[in-house]
Ligand binder design. Sequence first.
Ligand code: 5AD
Ligand code: SF4
Length: 466
Amino acid sequence: MELETTIIDEDRAALEGASGAPKKVFVKTYGCQMNVYDSQRMTDALAADGYVSTEAMDDADLVLLNTCHIREKAADKVYSVLGRLRDLKSERADAGRDLTIGVAGCVAQAEGGEILRRSPSVDLVVGPQTYHRLPEMLAKVRNGEKVVETEYAIEDKFEHLPQPRRAEVIKRGVTAFLTVQEGCDKFCTFCVVPYTRGSEVSRPVRQIVAEAERLAEAGVREVTLLGQNVNAWHGEGPDGSEWGLGRLLHRLAEIKGLARLRYTTSHPRDMDEDLIAAHRDLDALMPYLHLPVQSGSDRILKAMNRRHKASDYLRLIERVRGARADIAMSGDFIVGFPGETEADFEATMQIVREVGYASAFSFKYSPRPGTPGAEMDGHLPEEVKDERLQRLQALLTEQQQDFTRGMVGRTMATLIEKAGRQAGQKVGRSPWLQPVIIDEMAAEIGDIIDVRITKTGYNSLFAEPA
Ligand code: 5AD
Ligand code: SF4
């Protein structure tokens, strides 16, 4: 009892800071799921430093932009938001209250001190490898320093980041992300990731299992393992031997309460036999695979340094479908890579027709500074890219709609995630990641319940208890 009281008092002292009110942090997340995970971990690290999170930027003492550098548009957004923050900061100064502005994520890593030159109101620039040192950096900022921290820290950030707090996990819901692998050694010629996230690092099994157990204890039912090249994960097992992702999934499926597992994003070169077999053997592994191919043209795949042919990809999908017939495929595509001809683009349309995607993301090629693609000959006019993207997206949308409509009449296990807008309504998630809306059902958040699909919306499913 004694001990407990002491801890609570200390917590309160830390939370309240000098002025008596807790400091508030607003984290704005751009880009991929790994940034979502990172933002949560930054929030966790800052909680240990006395910050509570707020949903209102105008109310925050610290604003952190967790940025994305993958395409030009994503990076541009940051500077427009920084403009607004500069104004907020000067309004605050007039009112005698501080606002600390931090830029985190991949733009921070790529641009470093350049951000301070373009936006002098920024106090802190922090790359993804050093989030565990945020409290230290903020102490420097409080002393009037500008901090730029984009080194790849030698120490393992995952060892030093605090574990997600139970109360936060509960607040975040019954599904969670868990980063198992970070960085990329593939060097696709269009991609900045190997430069912003560094070379591949795999977390050891011990760490991953501990984090997954903690999530499960707090009520999480579905975990998505994250990595830029998640299926290249090869971590140290408890016995010192090297494990692959298939074996890790088997281990995680043993954790009590964890009913559903997913992983993203994968590279076709790293789908090994074990992982494919896991799709056959593990009920907990959801029948949905995000496996980007980017292009259907061998010539373009070679220029992209993808290191496989279109036919390799098609054969791989056949093997995956052989292991799990009802698996839904998802992918990423880039149109208008330098040198892409109409025939190359037609090959992309063709591979899409052959695979049949349940969902997909498609983008116009965007030259990224420092990548080999940006230096290549044969950049295409914007109108050509626009027009090809439209044609590709029309095909992908049609496939997604077909997939969704094909669900009517089926019965499927649905994870109940939250209450719906109307009384008695529940919103869940299908094995294929679709939102499922169920009117009038007595179910608890976190239950997994069989429902029958009665009709479909654009992407969502409507269901009744089966
Ligand atoms: N231009 C357009 N799309 C890109 N992607 C990555 N880099 C670029 C770029 N320079 C896309 C790829 C990748 C997804 C995350 O973003 O399709 O799989
Ligand atoms: Fe980028 Fe290619 Fe690595 Fe994926 S595999 S993160 S596209 S370099």
